[in-house]
Write a protein that binds this ligand. Structure first.
Ligand code: SAM
Length: 534
């Protein structure tokens, strides 16, 4: 089955990670066995046995009492947290993940709900994304209101239901007592009546505190470390990120960046000129679908949307290869490469192919993009999408580790792109879960890998040719610092300022391309043009 690209990742036909494997071998009607732990509060919780028999009776049954989007959100959050799946997988309704998703609901909760409509799917996306983004903040409030402060020992499903309720009340400002009722129902049916009582008690405490404007939140005071901890809770990021951004940007800018990361992401679509589909054609389709949009001021194939992605997916525009979801910051990196018909371009870390396809579409059928990647699965997606986009004729996929390509190989070009593996710190608004999956050691390892890949990519550049180094990170240690270190090791390369390729606003004082999420309202990304002496 062909897949379409979404933010550099494929829309999965199947969920990428499943709940623990024990579930997959059990019968579909058997609820997922989860570790049963309780949060000890001053509210008593009946034992697990209570209601356990009921649960079996409930299997295969349609539960029309709980709100479907909350049930699905709770299960999706469980899968993300337990299985590490990406939070921003799209809700593909109908065949495929939609049906499978209800299978997960059945197995996890012991009942299914009615199928989700457009409106429900939108709510699931908002709740799941928001609950993940605000996890540290929500957990702080939950543990403040829970008798047992250590919520890591709380029953996982119960914790997700509480997070949803807290998020809806505190961040979505939804009518509080409706939220309490709905989440209590979910806890009662999915767990047991006692769990419902507990959710009721804690959410009601929250409502009272919110009404009195006295939520138990930390103050930004004390030494740097204490302030970073408080900010990390208030803006829901890991402490190490706050410390790093405060060091590089100052506290005020660091806060703006965190606010951006917590805001609802907007997307852009690229019309695929290789299929003869222009931006005007795309605009006509969006008007017909009643999807509000704006033209990109920077790139003439791109259109911005804030909502309506589901509608576009269901209209089949992505599956037909007429357009892709691609951030303008990625498009501007391609502008820095400046692909022209007839050229040979080597894309060193190409998969799943967002930039490869865009570059290929600029060759107008003449020239070649060699797309190298070490990951065969991602490379397969690139090949499938290239066919769909009708640019497969100019793309040659090479499955290899860039670092072990033979020095004496024939593969050399005047244009080489190294879109290196990076922390992704520039795309935290779209990748809600990413902030929780990274740590400082990852950064150190990535920097080493980026240096090795830069050295390897430089060998593919012909004299007089250009190497474009790019990342989707905003971290200077992955960007400017890597370039400076590279130039110190390779005196035969020099910086070619990007001013001829991107609007002036995106050029740094060192001549690099940089899109700043706070300043440009795009994903953060970086690119440097490095020319090899003749
Ligand atoms: C940031 S992603 C590239 C995204 C891609 N350019 C796009 O626009 O869709 C980095 C890629 O580098 C690949 N990679 C990591 N180490 C590599 C290596 N040693 N050799 C080749 N590719 C590598 C990863 O598999 C991953 O697909």
């Amino acid at each position: 089955m062909a897949r379409v690209l979404y933010m550099g990742l494929p829309f999965p036909a199947e969920p990428q990670k499943t709940a623990p494997s024990s579930s997959s071998s059990s019968s579909p009607s058997k609820p997922l066995k989860l570790p049963h732990r309780t949060c000890s509060t001053n509210i008593s919780i009946p034992s697990t046995a209570k209601g356990g028999g009921n649960r079996l009776l409930k299997t295969q049954k349609l539960n029309s009492e709980v709100s479907p989007h909350r049930a699905v959100s709770a299960v999706r959050l469980m899968r993300i947290e337990l299985g590490g799946a990406f939070a921003d997988l799209l809700n593909e309704k109908g065949k495929g993940s939609g049906e499978n998703e209800m299978g997960y609901v059945q197995r996890t909760l012991g009942f299914r709900t009615r199928e989700l409509n457009h409106h429900d799917l939108r709510l699931v996306t908002d709740i799941v994304g928001g609950t993940i983004r605000w996890r540290r903040y929500l957990d702080h409030l939950i543990s403040s209101l829970c008798h047992d402060k250590d919520i890591s020992s709380m029953e996982p499903l119960l914790l997700q239901i509480l997070r949803i309720g807290f998020y809806e009340i505190v961040k979505l400002d939804m009518p509080p007592y409706a939220v309490v009722d709905e989440n209590v129902k979910l806890a009662k049916f999915a767990l047991r009546p006692g769990a419902g009582n507990m959710v009721n008690g804690i959410l009601r405490k929250l409502v009272v505190l919110k009404e009195k404007e006295s939520l138990p939140l930390p103050k930004v005071e004390g030494d740097d470390r204490a302030q970073a901890r408080a900010l990390a809770t208030l803006y829901s990021h890991p402490v190490w990120m706050v410390r790093r951004w405060t060091k590089y940007l100052g506290q005020e800018e660091a806060i703006k960046l965190m606010i951006w990361n917590n805001s609802e992401p907007s997307f852009s679509l690229r019309a695929n000129r290789a299929r003869g589909f222009s931006r005007d054609d795309l605009v006509t389709q969006l008007n017909a679908l009643k999807v509000p949009h704006k033209l990109s001021p920077h790139l003439d194939e791109f259109v911005r949307i804030k909502t309506g992605l589901q509608i576009i997916i269901q209209a089949g525009l992505l599956k037909k290869g007429l357009c892709s979801v691609q951030d303008e910051s990625a498009g501007l990196v391609v502008s820095v490469v400046d692909p022209q018909p007839g050229e040979t371009i080597i894309d060193c870390c190409a998969a799943p192919g967002g930039k490869t396809l865009y570059m290929a579409s600029h060759l107008s059928g003449q020239g070649k993009v060699f797309a190298i990647d070490v990951n065969s699965g991602r490379l397969r997606i690139l090949k499938e999408t290239a066919k769909l986009h009708q640019v497969d004729g100019v793309i040659t996929a090479i499955h290899a580790d860039l670092r072990t390509l033979p020095d004496s190989g024939q593969l050399k070009s005047n244009k080489v792109l190294l879109d290196a593996p990076c922390s992704g710190l520039g795309v935290l608004s779209k990748r809600a879960d990413l902030r929780w999956n990274k740590n400082l050691e990852d950064m150190e390892q990535l920097k080493e890998l980026q240096d090795e890949l830069l050295d390897a990519a430089s060998k593919l550049v012909k004299p007089g040719g250009v190497l474009v180094y790019s990342t989707c990170s905003i971290d200077p240690e992955e960007n400017d610092d890597r370039v400076v270190a590279f130039l110190a090791r390779h005196s035969d390369f020099h910086i070619d300022p990007v001013d001829r390729y991107v609007p002036p606003d995106f050029e740094t004082s060192s001549g690099f391309f940089f899109s700043n999420p706070v300043k440009h309202s795009l994903d953060g990304s970086f690119a440097a043009r490095l020319v090899r002496d003749l």
